[in-house]
Design a binder for this molecule. Sequence first.
Ligand SMILES: NC(=O)c1ccc[n+]([C@@H]2O[C@H](COP(=O)([O-])OP(=O)(O)OC[C@H]3O[C@@H](n4cnc5c(N)ncnc54)[C@H](OP(=O)(O)O)[C@@H]3O)[C@@H](O)[C@H]2O)c1
Length: 329
Amino acid sequence: MTEPTANIPMRTLYSGAKMPGIGLGTFGSDHVDAATVANTVRLGLALGYRHIDCASVYGNEAEIGAVLGSTAIPRDELWISSKVWNDSHHAVGESCEQTLRDLGIDYLDNFLVHWPFPNSHAAHANVDERNPRAVAFNPDAYLEAWAQMESLVERGLVRHIGTSNMTPAKFDAVFADMTITPSVNQMELHPHFQQSAFRSYLRERSIQPIGFCPLGSPNRPERDRTPNDTSPIDDRGIRALAEARGVHPAAVCLMWAIDQGHTPIPFSTTEHNLAANLAAATADPLTADEQAMLVAADRDCRMIKGQVFLWKDGQSWTDLWDIDGIIAT
Ligand SMILES: NC(=O)c1ccc[n+]([C@@H]2O[C@H](COP(=O)([O-])OP(=O)(O)OC[C@H]3O[C@@H](n4cnc5c(N)ncnc54)[C@H](OP(=O)(O)O)[C@@H]3O)[C@@H](O)[C@H]2O)c1
């Protein structure tokens, strides 16, 4: 690792591979264009980020690829992750090959199934839009997609494979039939949505949690906002702790993530915030009192509810998340 990343915590996957314990998100939330996101990656690499979280549906992998192609950082010092979008569960190999072409690299460190449903939506979809071909979670279909993921490992195109937006119930339905255990599960994680039981479930199976929206996604798309949403960076206790430490509340959210041992992947378009977020990952550890306050800050408030992936009239977004442990059909 080069000097700027020397202090970044590393997370060891069950393969033994070491993944930088903070990554850089690249979803422009439908309002940050591809060139700006690519510039964020350029700034991030210069500041010391070495883990970049991409996805084909973010529509910016070619622009990010141009940045990766111009960096002098050796490939083996980077951790590049991407995701197969919901409309390509039947064609995972082609999707991965396209991502590799766009990113201009010949392997991915990690490749994830973005959502456990083949239900896609267009960019800028509003909260009421539904894919007419949307279906319920189907373990057999998911395992077919997973088998295609596994073959990418055999082909050497990806070093690890992982899941995203899963639930314990969905894992229970497929885990025993996976030949390759997922390396990571990407999931929403911030102090107002801590999912501690699910994280324990993952750790018992040697799956590393990666936390998306680690700041509560303050600029998320309109479709992902409801009147009852809370905001971790506006939390009174988090603000007080931030003030005492002389940092922004965003830094406290990231310190919580690092302290909890998962891997946050914050997004930012500004050099100042990119640097502050990286600094938060290497800040002095939280004290026991600070830890206790942050654990108590949980509001069980999911920001990315996923309404656009529902498949039947009259459903609630909670049907996507198996809250009572039963998979909705
Ligand atoms: N697997 C999935 O389904 C999934 C879903 C959602 C997201 N993700 C991934 O997770 C990444 C992060 O999620 P996200 O972008 O939605 O949310 P986030 O990282 O929680 O929040 C990003 C927003 O916070 C602001 N911000 C960043 N650092 C800040 C700081 N130090 N102080 C104040 N504000 C700050 C940014 O604005 P500025 O630009 O002004 O700094 C940006 O708009 C995505 O980019 C994507 O890679 C994955």
